[in-house]
Each structure stands twice: as structure tokens, then as C-alpha cells.
Design a protein around this ligand. Structure first.
Ligand SMILES: Nc1nc2c(c(=O)[nH]1)N(C=O)[C@@H](CNc1ccc(C(=O)N[C@@H](CCC(=O)O)C(=O)O)cc1)CN2
Ligand SMILES: Nc1nc2c(ncn2[C@@H]2O[C@H](COP(=O)(O)OP(=O)(O)OP(=O)(O)O)[C@@H](O)[C@H]2O)c(=O)[nH]1
Ligand SMILES: [Mg+2]
Length: 443
């Protein structure tokens, strides 16, 4: 592939900053380094240089790095100018470099796009790199870095190899059918491996929910009768007076949300209107919202006033549930011991009792909901759709005895083609614009 344009962009973040990194990639890179840094620098070693504009004036003093292609991030010649991170310094550098013939400003994601086109990364690794740049929580970072290192790609490549092997065996059987050279037990082994693979792909697809929880967060909804102490708990978790608290039942009507970081997971906590029969008009709307929110929750905190338990009615969700005894400070002695047995966690917002236990338990549940740290999960709906497609073809292949071995082999080919589309090994031109639009400029 000939990519004649060289591209330049600011690859570091918001200015002003301590240092700004201006990166160039493409055939003009050496020429630009020579022109701006007053001569070539040693490969892959930091050089401190005076940086000169086209009119001979000094732009800044900075550190210059040169990575010759193909052993660079993009696979082309790449150089970096690490300059003082002022807006005018960066602007002058960009203007000077883009002023050279054959150099232009990069599109968002264009450096990474070149890395992909030069075979430095596959599509799944590229997506993982976008996730890594966007990661805000420890779980997001861990997940993204493993896939950027190729964990997900390796899994799909391994599945693809198995399918290509299966197809080769079936085609051999077709070719040698008359001669009876390929014993039936070989094709039995092939189809039993295909059956096993279908199961593995199904299980992997089920992991998408875990990937979504890592990306979007774990949804916790506080439910209970009016006055149970829901908003008081919510404020304690939010560490501010986010919700109105009064001794009047029916205070909260709208859904209120706060996001916490527990065990490296993003955890959303929602406060809701107290559940009760025959509320007023506004409160009824609030209760309906609470029910809907609870329906999509990953965990419910069902609060009850230990001093004055009120039945909140049926819980409007089959999400896992923690029973929480609230206002523990209002009960004492034997009654406290007795009632505490009804709950998973006992808390008091007044004294602070039980709050850290509750947070620890919610954090444990959030972390457990995404499985083992090492699990490889599909990270995009795109992957899930292609995996399901692949499995549809495998099921057709498995079921299709009467359709003849040729057609079954063709279904195996279609399945491995779908896997190839995930990593970009097969025909992906149409997906590239969507994928690279996820990046910022300079990446
Ligand atoms: N300054 C700087 N830091 C950066 C990047 C960058 O482009 N510049 N990266 C950009 O995203 C990431 C690192 N990515 C890189 C990937 C490959 C090579 C590279 O030169 N690869 C060669 C040599 C490998 C080796 O010596 O072991 C190769 O693979 O052949 C460099 C950076 C994160 N940090
Ligand atoms: N003693 C004591 N009182 C509490 C505790 N937590 C909440 N309260 C009181 O209980 C009353 C109701 O608290 P809220 O947090 O507003 O209850 P809620 O469940 O949000 O009520 P609604 O929004 O009406 O459904 C307020 O007067 C709180 O001060 C606690 O741990 N101990
Ligand atoms: Mg409330």
C-alpha cells in the first residue's frame, strides 16, 4: 500500500500542559526532522535540539525522537517533537510541519489506521486501543490492555484455525469418498469438535453482558417503603446532600443517580420513590419510574426501617437483592439481635454502622458480575453479531446431513469468514470509518 501523504498532529492532551507531543508519520518524516531539528537524530534515542521554523527563527528547544519504519507504531517512519506545552508553541510546530509539501494535518485515528493498514495491529486490537485511551476505571483499563495485547484476537484466530482444519478434513473426505480412504471416525471427530466450538462461542457471547458492565457500569437501585431511609443512605454513598431527606413519607419522587468507583468498577446507585399503594399523582409517577429502573438493575438494595418495618409489596424485579435493615440505632438489645437476622446487612446512617460493610458487599458483587479477571469477553456488539452469525452457520453445517458434505463444508467456510471479519483478516473496508471515528485526533 502506498500512502504518500505524511500526517502530523498533536498527540498529547489539552493545552497548556507541561509538555506537548507533536507526532509525524510518513515518507516526509526524515526530511521534516532534518529541517526542523537542524539535522537527523539517532534512531530510537532521545535527542535535545533547537527547533527552527521555516524563516530560521527558534520555535522552542525540545526532545526529538525518530522511529524508522517498519518498526514503528504506524509501520512508517515516525518522529516526535516533545516541546513545552504552550498553545502557541504547539500551534507554531503544527503550522511549520504541515507547511511542508506532502505533509497535512491527520484525521482522528489516522495514525492507528495506518498501523492497521500496515498490519501492525488487527481490528480487535485497534478497538482495544480506543478502549484503553478512553478507560476511566481500573477494570476498564485491565480489560482493554489485555485485548490490546491480543488476548481476544488470539481466541478468534484459534477458533478460525480449528474451523479451517475441520473444513480441510471434510473436503478430504469428499475427495476420497469413493476410495473410502478417510475413515468415518475422522469426520465424527470433526463434527464433535464443531459441536464443542458452538458451545464455546455461545458461552463467550454470554460474556458480552459482563463487558457492558465493565464499560457502562454496574446498576444498583435502592428500593423500599417510604421513609425507610433510602435517600439518607444515598446521600451517605454520594458523600453530599444530593437527595432531599425529610420525616414525611413520599419525599423522593424522581430518580437520582450517583456514580461510585468500587473495586475498580464503575457503580451507579439510584435513589427512588418509596413503594406504596394508593400514592398521590406525582408520587405514583415516581413509583412507576422506580419499578422500571429496578427491572434493569444488576443489584437491588431493599431497605427496611428496623424500628418500623413496612411491607413495600412485591419487589418489581428479579435482580439479585440485598436485604438491608436501616436505622439500626433506633432498636437495641434483644430486639436488635432478633431483627438483624432478617437482613443481609444492618446499617445506621445516624451512627455510620454497617456502611463500610455494605460498600464492600456491593463492590464484591460488582466485581463478581464481570467474572474472572482473565476472562476474554467480546467487547463490541459488532463482535457479538458476527459470532452469532458464525454459530448460525456452524449449526446449519452440523444439522445438514441430507444437504451433502459440500454444502456443510461451505457453511464451515462461512463461519470462519465471520470470525475473520471480527479481527479484520477478511474483507473489512466497509467497517473502517466507523471504527476509526472512535479515536481522537493524534491517535
Ligand atoms: N512517546 C510515545 N509514547 C507512546 C506511544 C508513542 O507513539 N509515542 N505509543 C503509541 O501509541 C504507545 C506505545 N506504542 C508503540 C508501539 C510500537 C513502537 C515501536 O517502535 N515498535 C517497534 C520496536 C519494538 C521494540 O523495540 O521492542 C516494533 O514493533 O518493531 C513504539 C511505540 C504508548 N506510548
Ligand atoms: N434514627 C435514624 N433516622 C434515620 C436514619 N436514616 C434516615 N433516618 C430518618 O428517616 C426519615 C426518612 O429518611 P429518608 O432518607 O428521607 O427516607 P426515604 O426512604 O428516602 O423516604 P421517601 O423518599 O419518602 O421514600 C428522615 O427523618 C431521616 O432523618 C437512621 O439511620 N437513623
Ligand atoms: Mg427519599
Amino acid at each position: 500500500m502506498i500512502l504518500s501523504d505524511s500526517i502530523v498532529a498533536l498527540s498529547s492532551g489539552r493545552l497548556p500542559a507541561g509538555i506537548a507531543v507533536i507526532r509525524i508519520s510518513g515518507p516526509k518524516t526524515r526530511f521534516v526532522v532534518e529541517a526542523i531539528a537542524g539535522g537527523m537524530v539517532k534512531e530510537r534515542a532521545a535527542a535535545y535540539r533547537k527547533l527552527i521554523a521555516t524563516d530560521g527563527s527558534v520555535i522552542d528547544h525540545g526532545v526529538v525522537l525518530f522511529f524508522p519504519g517498519p518498526g514503528s507504531f504506524t509501520g512508517e517512519d515516525v518522529a516526535e517533537f516533545q516541546v513545552h506545552g504552550g498553545r502557541a508553541v504547539a500551534a507554531k510546530m503544527l503550522e511549520t510541519i504541515a507547511g511542508f509539501e506532502g505533509v497535512r494535518h491527520a484525521e482522528p485515528g489516522e495514525f492507528t489506521r495506518r498501523a492497521f493498514l500496515n498490519g501492525r495491529l488487527d481490528l480487535v486490537e485497534t478497538e482495544a486501543l480506543a478502549d484503553l485511551v478512553n478507560a476511566e476505571t481500573e477494570a476498564q483499563r485491565r480489560f482493554a490492555v489485555r485485548n490490546a495485547e491480543g488476548a481476544q484476537s488470539e481466541l478468534y484466530a484459534e477458533w478460525r484455525r480449528r474451523l479451517i482444519h475441520a473444513r480441510a478434513m471434510i473436503e478430504a473426505e469428499i475427495d476420497f469418498a469413493e476410495e473410502d480412504d478417510v475413515p468415518g471416525s475422522v469426520s465424527d471427530a470433526v463434527w464433535s469438535d464443531v459441536r464443542a466450538l458452538i458451545g464455546e462461542i455461545d458461552r463467550h457471547v454470554d460474556g458480552f453482558r459482563a463487558a457492558e458492565i465493565i464499560r457502562d457500569g454496574f446498576e444498583v437501585v435502592i428500593l423500599g417503603a417510604p421513609n425507610a431511609g433510602k435517600s439518607s443512605l444515598f446521600n451517605a454513598l454520594a458523600k453530599r446532600e444530593a437527595a432531599i431527606v425529610t420525616d414525611e413519607p413520599g419525599t423522593t419522587r424522581d430518580l437520582l443517580e450517583v456514580v461510585l468507583d468500587l473495586e475498580g468498577m464503575r457503580v451507579w446507585v439510584t435513589d427512588t420513590a418509596g413503594l406504596r399503594a394508593a400514592p398521590g399523582k406525582v408520587e405514583a409517577i415516581g413509583i412507576e419510574k422506580a419499578r422500571a429502573k429496578a427491572g434493569g438493575a444488576d443489584l437491588l438494595l431493599l431497605l427496611e426501617d428496623m424500628a418500623l418495618p413496612v411491607d413495600p409489596g412485591a419487589v418489581p424485579s428479579d435482580a439479585p437483592l440485598l436485604r438491608i435493615g436501616a436505622k439500626a440505632d433506633l432498636v437495641a438489645g434483644e430486639l436488635l439481635v432478633d431483627r438483624a437476622k432478617l437482613y443481609d446487612v444492618v446499617i445506621s446512617i445516624r451512627t455510620g454502622t454497617g456502611l463500610s460493610d455494605l460498600l464492600a458487599e456491593v463492590g464484591r458483587r460488582a466485581a463478581a458480575s464481570v467474572g474472572e479477571i482473565g476472562d476474554v469477553l467480546p467487547s463490541r456488539l459488532r463482535h457479538v453479531e458476527l459470532l452469532k452469525d458464525a454459530n448460525d452457520h456452524l449449526r446449519t453445517a452440523l444439522a445438514g446431513h441430507e444437504r451433502g458434505q459440500e454444502l456443510r463444508a461451505e457453511e464451515l467456510r462461512l463461519a470462519s469468514d465471520r470470525l475473520g471479519r471480527i479481527t479484520g483478516a477478511v474483507d473489512v473496508e466497509d467497517m473502517l470509518d466507523v471504527i476509526f471515528s472512535q479515536f481522537c485526533i493524534g491517535k
